[in-house]
Design a protein around this ligand. Sequence first.
Ligand code: ZN
Length: 82
Amino acid sequence: MAQIELHPAFVWDCDECGRQNFERAIIPPFQSKADEERAREMLDITSEEGFPVIAPFNVSCRRCGTQFETDVTQIYGDDNGA
Ligand SMILES: [Zn+2]
């Protein structure tokens, strides 16, 4: 069986039409290990939990095209203000 590469992603449901949508998580290209460590600290992600990824700020529904700003408090928490 052939292998396929998996990518981290966010899933969201459209408030207009109900379609389930997926958005690829943004994996920042860190210039150095120190930059990556700083991102982990800001996002409160330990190495055991995986890559520090960034959620998109805006998304649009693949079915109806409605655009939304994203609410990331469930991912990053209220106090990190991402
Ligand atoms: Zn929609």
